[in-house]
Design a protein around this ligand. Structure first.
Ligand SMILES: [Mn+2]
Length: 449
């Protein structure tokens, strides 16, 4: 299960606010959070309140309250062509409010909005498209503060199979950098993806450009930008759009002083938070369904209340998926709890917000002594032997064969933004062996009953 390092959360500081630039990753105007409509209704929430459009309104309010030097979008501002007119109204309103505060608004186009963003931007006064037509552009940032040059590149059509670093204008643009200016990169693309139809770009080649920092759109999982000496990576989606987009989301305020480190901090303002947790169970928690329900609630409460990034006024709902793990002698209560789980019955209020348990997975294991089982000459003994070998890093031939079988699925993607990573072959085999062991143990219990 991926655990992501918590980003440094931005706090207001009038002394540095004007030296900050607000970078916004993939917004995807037009999309709605998936699969929640019915349950949201039960809690007086509308899907629209958790939408990218609402998140963008929060960004604008935030920027107007604490004006940065500029607001900069990293592409995929609009989800698709069909969303054009809805996006037009939303964008127009937000850009007008920002321009009234004297805040510059800049953007590059991504694969989703390669065609629609240039059209929108030409109609919305006050927002500027950079790197149009897949050609690099250098743009000096207006406003007070140290000189900052943005080096930017946009998608021209929905696919771009070459590296953007081989696109026209790069060296001329870098050559135009003002002496003493900080140089920040901005593009939409697929970092270190090898071959990709979405502007594949190598991190090493980007680093070789000697930028002070580089911010990318495309992949929705943000990079640990606040922990990097020279920040280079994804801003992530503005708001999580589906269960796989777990963890904190938001725009990034990037402090750009005349000298010294560039510091990105994430602004906590996302209306929805998706999470996936692993909850290790002890025997006492799994004695019956009531105890399991209570334990789940208590555990989630402690976990979420300790999370600084959830303590903001704009959060409306938390949606979690919980993986139950642990080795248990009695697993009947876990099984029926998972089978009977309905999201609407498992909503807790934490920090005065609904926490919806959308899915529960039973990944508990039988509390058996594999060493003892392995001595049997029976199917159970065989599976136990293989499991021990897998856990000890052995069974190479088996792992190799499984790996070959999985290879064809290795870079299968749900959609272009969502890299679905398969677990390693050894892990897949271990999971399958445990499942088989469960079936065999159940058979033995039935026979002895
Ligand atoms: Mn994209």
């Amino acid at each position: 299960m991926p655990e992501h390092p918590a980003p440094e959360i931005w706090r207001a500081d009038p002394d540095r606010e004007r030296q900050e630039i607000l970078f916004v990753g993939d917004v995807h105007l037009g999309r709605r959070p998936s699969g929640l409509d019915e349950i949201l209704d039960d809690h007086g929430l509308k899907p629209n309140e958790l939408s990218p459009a609402t998140a963008l309104e929060r960004v604008t309010e935030h920027a107007c309250a604490h004006p940065p030097r500029a607001v900069v979008f990293a592409g995929d501002l609009v989800d698709q062509e069909d969303d054009c007119f809805e996006a037009y109204g939303v964008l127009e309103r937000n850009v007008r409010a920002l321009r009234e505060e004297g805040i510059a608004v800049l953007a590059v186009a991504g694969n989703h909005d390669a065609m629609v963003l240039p059209r929108l931007i030409h109609r919305v006064e006050g927002v500027e498209l950079l790197g149009e037509g897949a050609t690099w552009e250098l743009r000096a940032l207006e406003g007070d503060g140290p000189p900052v040059d943005l080096l930017a590149w946009s998608f021209k059509t929905s696919h771009h199979s070459d590296s953007p670093l081989d696109a026209p204008g790069l060296h001329e643009a870098i050559g135009g950098r003002r002496p003493g200016a900080r140089l920040l990169g901005l593009l939409h693309g697929d970092l270190d993806a090898g071959t990709s139809r979405y502007a594949p770009v190598s991190r090493r080649r980007l680093e070789d450009l000697s930028l002070d920092a580089c911010f990318l759109g495309h992949v929705h999982q943000p990079c640990a930008l606040s922990e990097m000496e020279r920040p280079l990576g994804y801003l992530g989606s503005l708001v999580g759009l589906k269960p796989t987009e777990a963890g904190p989301r938001g725009p990034w305020r990037v402090e750009v002083p005349a000298m010294g480190p560039i510091r990105p901090r994430q602004v906590a303002l996302s209306p929805i938070r998706w999470e996936r947790f692993e909850l290790p169970l002890e025997e006492e928690h799994a004695a019956d369904e009531d105890r399991l329900h209570a334990h789940l609630e208590g555990w989630l409460r402690a976990r979420l209340e300790a999370d600084e990034s959830l303590r903001h006024e704009h959060l409306r709902a938390v949606v979690v998926r919980v993986e139950l793990t642990g080795r248990l002698a009695h697993r009947a209560a876990v099984r029926s709890f998972v089978e009977r789980h309905a999201p609407k019955d498992t909503v807790f209020r934490v920090l005065d917000r609904p926490v919806i348990v959308q899915r529960v997975y039973d990944h508990t294991r039988a509390a058996v002594d594999l060493e003892v089982l392995a001595r049997e000459s029976s199917p159970l003994g065989h599976v136990a032997t293989q499991l021990l070998a897998l856990q000890a890093g052995g069974a190479e031939a088996l792992v190799r064969r499984a790996g070959e079988g999985l290879e064809g699925l290795g870079d299968w993607r749900l959609d272009d933004d969502d890299l679905l990573e398969l677990p390693p072959a050894r892990e897949v085999l271990e999971q399958s062996a445990w499942r088989l062991l469960d079936v065999l143990l159940a058979q033995r219990e039935e026979l002895s009953a």
